[in-house]
Design a protein around this ligand. Sequence first.
Ligand SMILES: CC(C)(COP(=O)(O)OP(=O)(O)OC[C@H]1O[C@@H](n2cnc3c(N)ncnc32)[C@H](O)[C@@H]1OP(=O)(O)O)[C@@H](O)C(=O)NCCC(=O)NCCS
Length: 166
Amino acid sequence: MNYLSLLKEAVAPKSNKNQPPIIKDTNARKLDKNLQVDFKRLFDEQLKDNAKYSIKYGGEPVGRHFLKTALMMAVPGLFYIKDDSLLGFLLLLKTGERIKIIHFFVDPKYRSQGVGTALMKKAFKTSKKEGGKRIELDVWENNKNAQALYSKHGFKRMLNTMSKKI
Ligand SMILES: CC(C)(COP(=O)(O)OP(=O)(O)OC[C@H]1O[C@@H](n2cnc3c(N)ncnc32)[C@H](O)[C@@H]1OP(=O)(O)O)[C@@H](O)C(=O)NCCC(=O)NCCS
């Protein structure tokens, strides 16, 4: 390498653009500080999703508080990162052989591009590696997009959640 190209390399800004995506098995508190996450927008978006699906069944849109707490408490999860941005994630409650996905969210800007599928597949892999035998989640009855994804990956309905306003 000659002197000029060495100089060019030193001057060129280091860029993480156009890197292949990575899925990090970690928790929100351990995420790289440089990661670009607009948590305010993300919480607003997730609140909208939650309200859209839950309101019909009398559920209160408490998703924002739930998600904030889960992230602050460093619940483990899988975080899909591309070019220093967080595109989506799922949080996993590991209780022995039964693993529960307690939150699954893809930034609306990046939906229907395979991010959810990649996270789901990775969840199967890591859960199995850690001794998991069954993976579970709750989904609102009218959230047909998410249900289509789950059915495609072999999830079957096992439980009816009963709810009563008090
Ligand atoms: C559900 C969610 C996580 C899926 O993530 P995603 O990155 O959009 O998923 P993918 O691109 O991998 O899509 C996988 C499958 O999901 C279904 N799907 C996703 N978006 C859809 C849409 N807009 N309309 C219909 N089906 C859709 C399809 O079956 C799709 O398969 P296909 O691409 O072969 O048609 C995402 O839409 C999301 O964050 N939704 C709001 C929050 C939510 O509902 N979370 C789940 C709570 S249980």
